[in-house]
Design a binder for this molecule. Structure first.
Ligand SMILES: Nc1ncnc2c1ncn2[C@@H]1O[C@H](COP(=O)(O)OP(=O)(O)OP(=O)(O)O)[C@@H](O)[C@H]1O
Ligand SMILES: [Mg+2]
Length: 269
């Protein structure tokens, strides 16, 4: 990735966005930072994923400095991935439609986390005809484990509905909560290791490694992160991304991101 150029996009000077923190404009989706350095997390994670061969597409994110209603805000953008009348259907919507509004109780009633993972993979496979949905879910869990993303709730797992009434795999989106980006909860004065050990993996509130290994045992290994790509990104990309944040936070963000990636890559040996 070439170093992202820091430029201010005059995005919403004429059309008020009110409190809207994400929107689609001219073929791109924009998201503003809310609790910390979400945009940096999106961009760094998507940059790393672009380096590795993965069996499903991941959304590429780009840093943005946006003037929204007269205020300068940091955010990110991604190209609209919907084509030819496709729409996004989230796992929560699918389960509500096919299992009923008590789908959470159905999942909670299963005897183990392993059963819940297998049930989710198999139920969505059956509903959509996407035979590799187990592999797709496993890749999501691998990515979330590597980047410490604890926000994989059932609206951040989705499929695409196509105009012919069929389904397709949704490009992997929303790693904004990764890398301990929520600095209101993950305060800079708390050691990254302590923060990491208190994180639970969504959507089943599990230990990350256990969730990943359970899915991998059933559906195979799909993410092969390369340590040198991570080191390169920390050296060459991260400094450009921290430029979008106040100077006083840059060293903290850098230390934090390095610590997360260093702690998580060892889970992939
Ligand atoms: N690049 C994109 N192309 C098409 N649709 C998108 C794109 N980015 C986001 N969306 C739409 O916006 C929804 C929310 O996106 P996303 O999960 O990234 O936002 P968020 O604010 O982080 O959400 P949350 O905090 O609720 O998890 C997606 O489910 C999708 O419908
Ligand atoms: Mg989301």
């Amino acid at each position: 990735m070439s170093a992202p150029k820091k430029e201010v996009r005059q995005i919403a000077l004429t059309s008020s966005k009110g409190n809207q923190e994400k929107w689609c404009e001219d073929g791109r989706w924009y998201k503003l930072d809310l609790f910390g350095y979400e945009a940096l997390a999106e961009v760094l994670c998507s940059h790393l994923l672009s380096k590795w061969e993965i069996p499903f597409r991941a959304v590429p994110y780009h840093m943005e400095m946006l003037t929204v209603d007269g205020k300068l805000r940091t955010g990110c953008s991604s190209p609209d991935f919907l084509m030819n009348g496709q729409s996004v259907v989230t796992a929560a919507q699918l389960l509500r439609r096919y299992i009923g509004s008590d789908y959470r109780a159905v999942m909670a009633g299963l005897p183990s986390d392993k059963q819940r993972i297998l049930w989710l993979a198999d139920t969505i496979r059956q509903m959509t005809g996407l035979d590799d949905f187990g592999a797709y879910l496993t890749l999501l869990f691998e990515i979330d484990t590597l980047f410490a993303n604890d926000d994989r709730h059932l609206n951040n797992i989705a499929v695409l509905r196509t105009v012919d009434g069929g389904f397709d795999y949704c490009p992997i989106f929303d790693l904004g909560a990764a890398l301990l980006s929520n600095t209101q909860v993950c305060r800079y004065d708390i050691a990254p290791q302590a923060l990491l050990s208190s994180l639970r993996a969504a959507p089943f509130s599990m230990n990350f490694s256990r969730m990943m290994h359970t899915a991998q045992a059933q559906f195979g290994v799909h993410l092969h992160p390369d340590r040198s790509d991570i080191e390169d990104a920390i050296g060459a990309v991260l400094p450009c991304l921290t430029e979008y944040y106040p100077a006083r936070d840059r060293a903290d963000i850098t230390d934090r991101v390095k610590a997360v990636l260093k702690a998580r890559i060892v889970l992939f040996r």
